[in-house]
Design a binder for this molecule. Structure first.
Ligand code: NAD
Length: 310
């Protein structure tokens, strides 16, 4: 019988689907590495979300493992190299969460541009900050998209058609469909940073994208610009960003992801009024989680069917 260890909370419909397809499911929520090393034995499949971390040690401890499946996007918690060396397939369900992440990016744009979070904070403290809360409209502004893949393209469409924004984008791979649909202009990273009023980042974290936005790049941005990052924390050099926000190189930022998660209490970012912070909730909607759980279960079942094990 095919045994799958579900090591993170996925939607119950996904678990039901696995069981009704004849898979034996073990469910342990986010076990620490030491526990996972023992648990993984005897399992043919492992399903995780952004946690737990599937280290080389875990992979090498597995004796039956054929597939590691990540419900959602991003495999930075999986040692893909170690999996590849042992012929273990790595599956993801990135399609499931893209709309939710894109909507959060737009939400952060509004929260920063209209000082929504700042105003809310002050209201609760009993302050009526009307005169300090003058914001800027998104309408008619230039949106700069860095990484025009699935999420970047949705953000571009929402901003183009929802706010009549002009779209500029940079991506090593050109996206003709996006250009046709939205009139987006393809340009260099530097040009995006220099020209855009709102810069939104949607690249994967890879060695080439680590600190893609550093001190030098932040200095290219307009003083009035807003930076949105819902991709991965390490794409932006946090220390440089704190400096940029403190010293007014840019006007504000909206962040969902951090180099260190959870963001340590008292982190300099939490002391700045021109930044809006959310705790990596891009994919945290009912719709995205339901889709991610079901989609990953379907992919795992498909994998075992192909291997004629189901
Ligand atoms: P995708 O693979 O569809 O798109 C990524 C795009 O980035 C691709 O078009 C790729 O060509 C481009 N790219 C690669 N290197 C680049 C570079 N150096 N400069 C510019 N562009 C580059 O991915 P996606 O599904 O759109 O996801 C984008 C990001 O969102 C990922 O980092 C993912 O981890 C993150 N994400 C975050 C959350 C969250 O909860 N905040 C949830 C899901 C995904």
């Amino acid at each position: 019988m095919v045994k799958v260890l579900v090591a993170s909370r996925i939607h119950e419909d996904g678990i039901k689907l696995l069981k009704s397809s004849g898979v034996e499911v073990t469910y342990v929520e986010e076990p620490p590495e030491n526990e996972l090393v023992d648990l993984i034995k005897g399992h043919h499949g492992l399903i995780v979300r952004s946690k737990p971390v599937v280290t080389r040690r875990v992979i090498e401890a597995a004796d039956q493992l054929l597939v590691i499946a990540r419900a959602g996007v991003g495999v930075d918690n999986i040692d893909v190299e170690a999996a590849r060396e042992r012929g273990i397939e790595v599956l993801t369900s990135p399609e499931a969460t893209v709309t939710s992440v894109a909507e959060l990016a737009v939400g952060l744009m509004l929260a920063v541009a209209r000082k929504i979070a700042f105003s809310d904070r002050k209201m609760r403290a009993g302050e009526w900050v009307k005169k300090y809360a003058e914001g800027t409209e998104l309408s008619g502004k230039v949106l700069g998209v860095i990484g025009a893949g699935r999420i970047g393209s949705i953000v571009a469409r929402i901003c183009r058609f929802g706010f009549n924004m002009q779209v500029l984008y940079y991506d090593p791979i050109r996206n003709p469909k996006l250009e046709e649909e939205t009139g987006a202009k393809y340009t260099t990273l530097e040009e995006v940073l220099k020209t855009a009023d709102i810069v939104t980042i949607h690249v994967p974290l890879m060695p080439e994208t680590k600190h893609l936005i550093n001190e030098e790049k932040l200095k290219l941005m307009k003083k009035t610009a807003i930076l949105i990052n819902t991709s991965r924390g390490a794409v932006v050099d946090t220390n440089a960003l704190v400096k940029a926000l403190r010293e007014g190189w840019i006007a504000g930022a909206g962040l969902d992801v951090y180099e260190e998660e959870p963001l340590p209490p008292g982190h300099p970012l939490t002391t700045l009024d021109n930044v809006v912070l959310t705790p990596h909730i891009g994919a945290s909607t009912h719709e995205a989680q339901a889709r991610a759980g079901v989609l990953i279960a379907e992919k795992v079942i498909g994998f075992f069917k192909q291997k004629k094990l189901l």
